[in-house]
Design a protein around this ligand. Structure first.
Ligand code: NAI
Length: 558
């Protein structure tokens, strides 16, 4: 069926490179694991130590070195160098240590790596396009060596995690996300492409830093910005027709507009809006299995009214509508939003931006979170503000006064920006909170009970969406695909995990979760008439046959 992807069932690989070129190709290099026969056939004798190692021995050596490092950024640099010289080994190790390594290659450590990007830079990965490339993007795209690319993750670095404008340093995000795509979603490494649209930065520290690697100008604005993005979208779809483009960490003044501009004509989605919405809805559905009650009965206060918060509200509203057969307007009455000016209300007297309008309350304006919690008595509190410690003791204990099991999701990333820690959430609610965060927190003991806080990580969702949409050749990605993804994810959480306070499944089951989400997405794409590839009789088997597994294949001469 779709696309001529190599399959896991091919045990041998025909290779044209040899000698030093082969060892220096990270996609083909096996290092000391080249067999004697391969060393004969590919002119490798003398270029490697004589003893042939197994992958298991290589893993052992890497992990011994990895555990010797205590600083997360050192671990990040160490893993990046491994990725730069032997991708198969890197993905083997990442997949086998997903739980402990995701916080290194993604949030929170990736945030630190982005802040330091120009200082720790060793080797280029992915493609950079800058505002100086106007009119030349399609030509430059030919410089990328792979003719088959399925997925691009792109950022303009304008809102990296909760750290703000990091300009071209934001490249760490597409690279990290695609590593997760490969490990969790089984996309072939060579079929992924991280992209930085360098449209300048307003970060003065970077503009004054001689090691900053982006263009030295302030951000492109207005029509010029959209013209450049239009050129990029046309160029990628010309070079790789039907490619999936995932938008990541765009500031909300562009995030919504870009999604609206491209979602009907190109295969694309915005992970901060749609992916976050889906993962948070899954967490909420799971939490309600513990607390009882329906989505439509909840009073949900959002602290932060940007891309992520609105994305979650849209998705939860879809859930409420499905559950109760009610209108979108009615569903939205369950939500209260706060932004940096307090309650988002029609009575506030300022001009609200478009994405907030449907959620503005037609009630008296309140200045801060405590006032809103006192008045609304929410059952759910969602933090997506990038403002650390804003869920303080007064706010959480006030919430816990009115609800037996407060659902508290402090989703801002990285850890330093979380609205509260897991420990604070349990302490300030007498252990009654159902807590989840954006970045991971360690288990917490409160009055003799151990709580395992869940991480509302988008990596539960986006690999399955990307894999499914790409394999069935979807014409576009719809919100309903994210909705079925949320329901599928929620169905994977066990009673045992819920009893420990965790509303998300174990990360070590991520491949199975991804397969079932991809399967649900493909089914929906066929139902909605959006799939362009012929349908397979056994969708799950088909997905599994197309997934990348980080194992060494035998090389034969091309
Ligand atoms: P954004 O920049 O679009 O929105 C931030 C919002 O916070 C804005 O509405 C702003 O007005 C509000 N805000 C800022 N200061 C405030 C204050 N003092 N009081 C109340 N509101 C305030 O950013 P986006 O994309 O919505 O992301 C927000 C946070 O959510 C980030 O930290 C990001 O890392 C995190 N996030 C977490 C995800 C996850 O856990 N799965 C996924 C996506 C984002």
């Amino acid at each position: 069926m779709p696309k001529n992807k190599s399959s896991e069932h091919d045990t041998a690989l025909s290779v044209s490179k040899s000698g030093w070129d082969l060892i220096n190709d990270p996609q083909l290099n096996k290092g000391t694991a080249f067999s004697l026969r391969e060393r004969d056939d590919f002119g490798l004798h003398g270029l490697l130590p004589p003893k042939c190692a197994t992958m298991e021995t290589q893993v052992y050596r890497i992990m011994e070195n990895y555990y010797r490092k205590s600083d997360p950024l050192d671990k990040f640099i160490f893993l990046t160098s491994l990725q730069d010289r032997n991708e198969t080994l890197f993905y083997r190790i990442l997949l086998d240590h997903l739980e402990s390594m995701t916080p290194i290659i993604y949030t929170p450590t990736v945030g630190l790596a982005c802040q330091q990007f120009g200082h720790i830079f060793r080797q280029s990965r992915g493609m950079y396009f800058s505002s100086e490339d106007r009119g030349k993007i399609r030509t430059i795209m030919d410089n990328w060596p792979q003719d088959d690319v399925d997925i691009i993750v792109v950022t303009d670095g304008s809102r990296i995690l909760g750290l703000g404008d990091l300009g071209a340093n934001g490249m760490g995000i597409p690279i990290g996300k695609l590593s997760l795509y490969i490990a969790c979603g089984g996309i072939y490494p060579s079929r992924t492409l991280p992209v930085m649209m360098d449209v300048g930065t307003n970060n003065i520290d970077f503009l004054n830093d001689s090691l900053y690697l982006g263009i030295n100008q302030t951000r492109l604005r207005g029509e010029a910005y959209y013209d450049l993005m239009d050129e990029f979208m046309q160029a990628v779809n010309d070079r790789w027709p039907g490619i999936l483009v995932q938008f990541e960490d765009f500031s909300n003044d562009h995030a919504f507009a870009l999604l609206d501009r491209y979602r009907e004509d190109y295969l694309c989605f915005n992970d901060d809006i749609q992916g976050t919405g889906s993962v948070a809805l899954a967490g909420l559905i799971s939490a309600l299995r513990e607390t009882g009650g329906n989505l439509g009965d909840q009073k949900i206060v959002f602290f932060g009214a940007g891309a992520a918060a609105i994305g979650i509200a849209n998705m939860v509203a879809a859930g409420i509508m499905e559950e109760g057969g009610i209108s979108m307007d009615k569903a939205r009455r369950c939500f209260w939003f706060l932004d940096s000016n307090g309650l988002v209300s029609t009575k506030r007297g300022d001009q609200l931006v478009e994405h907030k309008l449907p959620y503005a309350r037609n009630e008296v304006w309140l200045p801060d979170l405590l006032a809103v919690v006192k008045k609304v008595k929410p059952t759910v509190l969602m933090g997506l503000s990038g403002q650390p410690q804003s869920f303080n003791e007064e706010v959480l204990s006030e919430m816990a006064r009115h609800v037996e099991r407060p659902i508290i999701f402090a989703l801002s990333n990285p850890t330093s920006k979380a609205e509260c820690s897991a420990e604070q959430a349990y302490n300030w609610t007498e252990g009654r909170a159902i807590f989840a965060s954006g970045s991971p927190f360690d288990p917490v003991e409160y009055k003799g009970k151990v709580y395992i806080p869940g991480q509302g990580n988008n990596m539960y969702i986006f690999p399955g969406i990307g894999l499914g949409a790409s394999l069935c050749g979807a014409k576009k990605i719809t919100d309903s695909m994210f909705y079925v993804a949320a329901k599928t994810l929620a169905s994977r959480i066990t009673r045992e995990k819920l009893a420990q306070g965790n509303v998300f499944p174990e990360l070590n089951r991520i491949r199975q979760i991804t397969e079932s989400i991809a399967s649900a997405v493909i089914r929906l794409a066929y139902d909605q008439g959006l799939a362009t590839e012929p349908k397979s009789d056994d969708i799950l088997k088909f997905i599994q046959s197309k997934m990348y597994h980080p194992v060494y294949k035998d090389y034969v001469k091309a």
